[in-house]
Design a protein around this ligand. Sequence first.
Ligand code: C2E
Ligand code: CA
Ligand code: CA
Length: 651
Amino acid sequence: MPSPAASADPPSDGSMQAGAGPAELVELRRQQQRLLLVDRALRTLSAGNRALVRCTEEAQLLAQMCRVIVDVGGYRVAWVGYAQHDADRSIFPMAQAGVVEGAIEKMNFTWADTPAGQTPLGMAIRTGKPYVRLDIATDPMLAPFREKSLEMGFAAVSAFPLIVDDEVIGNLDIVAGERDAFGDDELAVLTELAEDLSFGISTLRVRARHRDAQKRLESMAFVDQLTGLPNRTRLREHLERAIDRARGERQPLALVTLNVDRFRDINEVLGYRSGDVLLTQMANRLSGLVASPALVARIGVDVFAMLLPAADAEQAGVMARAIMHALDAPFDVEGVRVEVQASIGIALFPGHGIEADSLIMRSDAAAFVAKRDRLGIAVFRPDSERANRERLTLMADLRRAIAENQLRLYCQPKADMASGRVCGAEALVRWMHPERGLILPDRFIPLAERTGLINGLTYWVINAALAQCYSWREAGLEVPLAVNLSARNLLDPHLMERLGGLLATWGGTAEWLQFELTESALMEDPVGALEILSRIRQMGFRLYVDDFGTGYSSLSYLQKLPIDAVKIDKSFVLGMQADPDAAIIVRSTIDMVHNIGLEVVAEGTETQSIWDELAAFHTDVAQGSYVADPMPAEEFSEWNMRRASSVACER
Ligand code: C2E
Ligand code: CA
Ligand code: CA
């Protein structure tokens, strides 16, 4: 509602002093008019301040301020324009009052330093200073707008810059209907109003930034920043709600967990950036398989989970196979073709768990079984959990076993087939468990490999082997001991340094030890293996590829490796007698290995007839029960003496 003060005419309330002359009367009127104009500005200011306090959004504040200026202040027009940093340096009308919608847009105001930008608002934005009290009828700056403005009853204009964070962001434009508007006092008040508005905008922006930051923080707590998928916390929330619903509707639900196989290696070979790209692409493929209310989450570095409301075992299986299928096609990671394999675990509500956490744990456990047993997909089985718990206690025990010296070094001789002489021995570990008795390595080595305990264990074996070699040499026995290395040992950055340290401790040389590494360990990280094996070989150690034939390595790959010998896996050797095909495989493997200049060791030489057959194939070295079973290392030297004399007798 326009205030009476908006009227340009002085009030005729007869309050003027009687008896004043005409000149004085004019002066008096002018003063009164000025007071009125100041008064309306002041009222505008206080109404404006109320808007400042009340408004919570920037656009709302601008609109309110313009309204107040026109409605309370009685000015003809008020509008706020923001300076755009576009090619035209246009001024975008953010809020307006007193004009018909769209009228200001049509004026195409600019703040560019061009003839078109020589307007009070253009100047105010460019200079950051108010351009005030411009008389529309006479000011040359307003010539282009004169006719139209006067027609609409506009008389004077003031433009105030809006400054936020030391930057002019726009202007506040006020048009008055009185030619004598914008006197000094009135302007002082209006300038303050414009400054207050700037301050209000700045405050709201700070508040908005805080709100955004808050939102980002919240989203970081629930959203995986790499893929944008819900994270583990958010999945748990969804799962809890889904379980409640499923319970109410008497429906099942499935949680499918996907583990990326060998993601670590991918990361190490291609680099972390590529690893990230791969995960993002995987996230996209997985997301493409589901529609709400099903959802995909990333719950670990290389672990995704899929929540399938209302799904039973069969439907979960169908989805698991669809996931496998979706991952079949190789990924293009920055130009590199990457094939990904995954292991998938399934857990179902209510059969496998009725709480979010237990379902997450159990589908993860199933994925672990799928990976360990190379099943691809596995549904949770309660008995596997019991086995898991047992494995966990065993691992806790093993940690202690290494520290408390419950491990025993056994060794199994290797015999040179041509001479029958012992040419070395393999170091094999045994565990004398205080309650369970003797535990064979097949029970605990694979576990130790998965938990990282294998590093400590390997150092124990290397140290024990060196100690044994030392005492043999004291007794004049120069037999090299071959220590088994696991894939994980090759990833240990301290391997070379600690090996050097142990060797120095015992005053050993590279002739004392040899190393065996299984084919499958090599294939886990062919590039990394090549590097570390080269360093071991440079130190002078002989290297054996163990369990040859069970992995997927090719002879052409072996040829590139810095190795000395290949151990044919005992499964082939033992199969030879029953299966003529196995004999052919062994024979041709021996030939091929010889052809690339390597020595052949045959494992599993259990009997004389196997020995003879292997000898006929020109096998270099034999290892197995026929020579001797593994024995405590301290018994080896006596055994060796007995054998040496019997071999001598045979000759
Ligand atoms: P491996 O390296 O292939 O060791 C040879 C295994 O074959 C030994 O089993 C040995 O007892 C067995 N063996 C030897 N001769 C014969 C034979 O004539 N017939 C049959 N059927 N078997 C024979 P062991 O000692 O139980 O070791 C099993 C596996 O445990 C080893 O296989 C090796 O992979 C791992 N292992 C043992 N000690 C260590 C160690 O100190 N470090 C690491 N990383 N692995 C080890
Ligand atoms: Ca071995
Ligand atoms: Ca072997």
